[in-house]
Design a protein. Structure first.
Length: 271
């Protein structure tokens, strides 16, 4: 069936995929510097959005990948990559998060055509919620799956209960996300596709932020090995490079941009 993807994308709302990751965004200090770095590492191109000159969307081969919001200094927020989850009501989700021991950092704030908020779970991992129409091109984003999210937390079972109640996972509402426990991880599925994983073992008081509870954003790339020198050449740092066999190219690398935002590049969709 031939359908215009753009028209289809324009009518998709957060209510259609509630509970599922629907976007990832970088909170940055300097939009131009962030664009230069991520263009060098990923080859992304950037376009403006109606939200203002502090907001841009990154594209790879005309597929939307992620957002950049140069508001870290203005809002006194940490520079970081953050996943956003679709919700039917931002107000209700914020209230459920606070009732269950989470905190609200920002919002809900109106960003036509929707509303957004930043929250932290009981262990301090930061995530966002979005209520409203999804970004134009979102169906292409979901099909291409250029980004994947994984929560590193103290206790995956406890975290699944928190997020399940806040985001209405396994609520038996039509279209809700399903949760399963597989190989010591919590696996989240939306429309039968794995969209996130939750892994135990993080340490709340660890001095190393890579060990503390956090959501890690993974970007699928054709060549992990090429991303590492590009990241270093443009002021970033390498946290870790991993592979299952020393004689083959790396399959994953954890990187930080010049401002300290951490992300992972992977050569495959580890779902």
């Amino acid at each position: 069936m031939n359908r215009d993807t753009t028209v289809q994308d324009e009518v998709i709302s957060s209510q259609s995929v509630f509970g599922a990751p629907c976007w990832v965004s970088l909170t940055a200090r300097d939009e131009a510097a962030a664009e230069d770095y991520y263009h060098a590492v990923f080859g992304w191109k950037f376009r403006s959005v109606p939200l203002g000159d502090r907001f841009r969307i990154a594209y790879a081969n005309d597929v939307p990948v992620a957002g950049i919001a140069a508001v870290a200094s203005m809002w006194q927020m940490a520079v970081a990559w953050t996943p956003y989850f679709a919700v039917s009501s931002a107000d209700d989700a914020v209230a459920r998060g606070q009732e269950r021991g989470g905190t609200t950092a920002v919002g809900p704030i109106a960003f036509p055509p929707g509303r957004a908020a930043l929250l932290a779970d009981r262990d301090g991992a930061v995530f966002g919620i979005w209520e409203g129409r999804l970004i134009s091109g979102w169906e292409s984003w979901r099909r291409a799956a250029p980004a994947f999210v994984r929560l590193h937390t103290r206790d995956a079972f406890d975290a699944a209960i928190f997020y399940g109640e806040v985001l209405e996972w396994a609520s038996k509402r039509p279209g809700c996300c399903e949760v399963r426990y597989e190989a010591d991880e919590v696996v989240l599925r939306s429309e039968n596709e794995i969209v996130a994983r939750i892994h135990s073992g993080a340490v709340e008081a660890a001095p190393d932020p890579t060990i503390r509870p956090h959501w890690q954003i993974h970007f699928a790339v054709p060549d992990v090995e090429a991303c590492v020198p590009a990241a270093l050449a443009h002021g970033g740092t390498v946290v870790r490079v991993g592979t299952s066999h020393k004689e083959v190219p790396p399959t994953e690398a954890v990187l930080r941009d010049p401002d300290g935002a951490q992300f992972t590049v992977t050569s495959r969709r580890n779902r």
